[in-house]
Design a protein around this ligand. Structure first.
Ligand code: FES
Length: 175
């Protein structure tokens, strides 16, 4: 073989080996990047896509239990949340129907409490005040208490427990 031709063949061989290594390194970088960023991407879109056990229908007791209730009744329900706390809801009578209210303040997520003396729901964190039916009255919360879906099956009241995004004026479910 001529010496010039042999040098050109070696250069071509080196070039194709470098191209192959470049493509291979590029693919490896893409794969590593995808693995590293996927938790962040999932976390970013989770509120839009998530659907989990925290939005199930749960038993909130017999309808008859609330027949005589004059004030909102706090009812623990069988939903175990990720943070280990057991969930609860307030059941209130609005006219002749029962309404389930989330006890989570829509401002920053503190747990509101019914105050018998005030006849209002009060938030201990920043002074949010809500009427007995959950309507916003005063303080920093941007909306009324979140109303949970209910339905009656036989003699039982079922509640669809959900979490909602805090500190936004329009309710957005995140579970
Ligand atoms: S968390 Fe309830 S008023 Fe701020």
């Amino acid at each position: 073989m001529e010496p010039g031709k042999q040098v050109r063949n070696t250069e071509n061989h080196d070039l194709s080996r470098r191209s192959f290594l470049g493509v291979w390194l590029g693919l490896v970088s893409l794969a590593v990047g995808a693995v590293l960023t996927s938790p962040f991407v999932r976390a970013m879109f989770r509120p839009l896509t998530a659907r989990d056990q925290h939005s199930d229908w749960v038993d909130a007791g017999a309808v008859a239990d609330y027949a005589a209730a004059r004030v909102p009744v706090r009812r623990p329900i069988d939903v175990v949340q990720r943070n280990g706390w057991r969930a609860s809801v307030y059941i209130v009578k609005v006219g002749s129907t029962l309404r389930a209210l989330s006890p989570v303040c829509p401002h920053r997520g503190c747990t509101i409490a019914w105050d018998d003396n005030e006849g209002r729901f009060l938030c201990p964190c920043h002074g949010g005040v809500f009427a007995p039916d959950g309507a916003y009255e005063s303080g920093p919360p941007p909306r009324s208490l979140d109303v949970l879906q209910t339905r009656v099956v036989g003699s039982r009241l079922l509640v669809r427990y959900q979490n909602f995004r805090s500190n936004v004026p329009v309710r957005q479910a995140i579970t």
